[in-house]
Design a protein around this ligand. Sequence first.
Ligand code: UT7
Length: 301
Amino acid sequence: MVDTSDEWITSRTGIKERHIADKGVSCSDMAVEAIGRALDMAGCSREEIELLVVGTVTPDYRLPSTACVIQEKMGLPNAVGYDIASACTGFINGLSIVAPQIESGRYKKAVVVGAELLSSFTNYQDRNTCVLFGDAAGAAVVSGEEGESGIISTFMKSDGRMRELLWAEVGGAVNPYSPDFTYNGRDKIMMNGSDVFKVAVREMARAAQAVLEDAGVDPSQLAMVVPHQANIRIIDALAKRLSVDPERVYINIDKYGNTSAASIPLALDEANRAGMLKSGDYVLMVAFGGGLIWGSALVRW
Ligand code: UT7
């Protein structure tokens, strides 16, 4: 499709494989699948879910929210659902929104899902971006329980001055689709990769440090770091800045590429199902994405 090579993609990004959803599969379809598995694992019924937060940049429609589509498809009769537009930070932002609502007792059980049909939003003629992205969804049930486990601290920050480093110019209300307009891929993800890279390394490290300091946890106490999977070099630089042993950093970018809001729950689920997380472990999640927006969550497993 474009002038690239396996060698370039592997060495510059760490990506070996990506997954593209079958034609006809929507963002909500993937989310339904992921949420269903999360509910099964948590032993939680659909009726128990009171809050559904969806992180996505590839909503099924502009109106209504994908959360409402998911609610209808799954049957979550007692939930309020809404989307948040935090790009690759969508899952972390979802946790940061849900955690205080659970803590306060306002809701007893919530679902946070990151779901992205990025193949619908990728310009396959742009080699700067098209080799990076894949489709995926991942979900977590968040509930209020007594005990030591839980979301200990979250941190979120954005800087809209850098919004044009990673954006889609056409398709919103400022530049709506029009038959008179030549898009040239401007309705798909456009990214200044090297500028985003530098900010990502700096701010992911700061976001990680913010929750660790808030919780009084030393990086050496972390059992696992689950970073957003955008680039293996960003992840390696983050591990170095945090002085975390690379073996404690979960990496699956080779198998899925960058799946935006889905990347952290996908990695967390893999690590969990592989038996890598034990009760009491400190798990640090940290993400960065278009906005620019970044954030972190420290969890006691
Ligand atoms: O998930 C949300 C946040 N996103 C990120 O965190 C992404 C951050 N950025 C990155 O991961 C990296 O910047 C990229 C993987 C996107 C690009 O890697 P890079 O090392 O920063 O490359 P570059 O953009 O500086 O480009 C270096 C060269 C350029 O050629 P010239 O100008 O030096 O001749 C590009 O045209 O690599 C070229 N290039 C490619 N060559 C082969 C860019 N994409 C490709 C490609 N295949 N796919």
